[in-house]
Design a protein around this ligand. Structure first.
Ligand code: UDP
Length: 323
């Protein structure tokens, strides 16, 4: 049995990771400030003896020192996430991501505890060399657009992780998550799939931003979590960066149409200019496709759940939630 700490363990991916680690016989301690995580994601594990949680911040040094001392390895998932939230709270975003990373890496390095850093495909910014490969360049826009603050703050976390590995041999692995979806994801902070499904189930207009021609690649959280655990457990991943993303691409307009069809909804599609939704300082990525060959060569990541299965599992869950 390994004792894992999950920062951000009350979040969507963190709660699925908790499920899987517990089912494999490990112990899980969670620290979460509930800024975007939910108490429901903690409550579901409350009776499990190998589970514990603390409501607190990753920037709280005494707390993090204590919980890191008690665990064998850390999944660092706590971060400010969600495009809308990042626009509304840019200071919180920068502080949580950068200070949080500093605290985690400093404390974990003291005892050489491995850190899995949850980074993001946002770090590729508006790069146009598709698919995005881990060795490719990162391309950000101006500092007046808060989206790039998020991308930069996560890139700083990556630099820190690699610096601790190179200078102090502190074990770490970095994963760049592409859009990850499934049951328990909230649409509250902008994530497109739970938002469109909620709108479709309520018969409300489906809010497609821009011309809807922008594409994304969606991975099922269960597939993603499987890769996360493999990357943590393998010693040969130290100091490395991996994309975790399904390479099946779909436009946002096609996604809206598919969700309307799959839910049998009477909703209409409503096109909204980015400026109307986010104000003038907004930039969206036209395409975002992972090159997942590095991950696939390492762990043989295949037979991934496709968009239909992703949507049906999320629709079923949201229907149950509403019932
Ligand atoms: N999107 C949309 N309507 C919404 C929410 C999102 O058209 O109500 C679009 C958004 O502009 C982006 C894509 O869906 O092009 C994915 O958005 P999300 O915030 O889920 O993730 P991102 O990939 O942008 O981080």
């Amino acid at each position: 049995m390994t004792s894992y700490l999950i920062t951000g363990g009350a979040g969507f991916i963190g709660s699925h990771l908790t499920d899987e680690l517990l089912s494999r016989g490990h112990a899980v301690a969670v620290v979460d400030d509930l800024s975007t995580g939910s108490m429901r994601n903690i409550d579901r594990f409350k009776d499990e003896k190998r589970y514990s949680y603390t409501i607190g911040s990753v920037t709280d040094v005494p707390l993090m020192t204590e919980v890191i001392d008690r665990c064998d390895a850390v999944f660092h998932l706590a971060a400010a996430v969600g495009v809308e939230l990042i626009f509304q709270n840019p200071i919180h975003t920068i502080q949580t991501n950068i200070r949080g990373g500093e605290v985690i890496f400093e404390q974990a390095a003291r005892k050489k505890k491995k850190v899995f850093l949850a980074s993001t495909s946002e770090v590729y910014g508006k790069g146009e060399t598709i698919p995005f490969s881990e060795t490719g360049n990162l391309l950000f826009g101006p500092t007046t657009c808060p989206r790039w603050a998020y991308a930069c703050s996560k890139a700083i976390d990556e630099f820190l992780a690699i610096a601790y590995w190179k200078e102090q041999s502190a074990p770490t692995v970095i994963a760049r998550f592409f859009n990850t979806v499934g049951p328990r994801q909230s649409g509250q902070y902008g994530m497109v799939i739970p938002r469109f499904i909620r709108q479709a189930l309520a018969g409300e207009p489906i809010t497609v931003y821009g011309d809807g021609g922008q594409t994304r690649c969606f991975g099922h959280v269960t597939d993603v979590v499987g890769a996360v655990i493999e990357l943590m457990e393998r010693p040969d991943t130290n100091g490395e960066v991996y994309n975790i993303g399904n390479d099946q691409e779909i436009s946002i307009l096609d996604l809206a149409t598919k969700i309307i069809a799959m839910t049998g909804s009477s909703s209409q599609i409503k096109m909204i200019e980015f400026e109307e939704a986010f104000g003038p300082d907004f930039e969206d990525m036209k395409r975002r496709v992972p090159d997942a060959s590095k991950l696939k060569e390492l762990i043989g990541w295949d037979n991934l759940r496709g968009i239909d299965e992703i949507l049906s599992s999320t629709i079923d869950w949201m229907k149950q939630e509403e019932a």
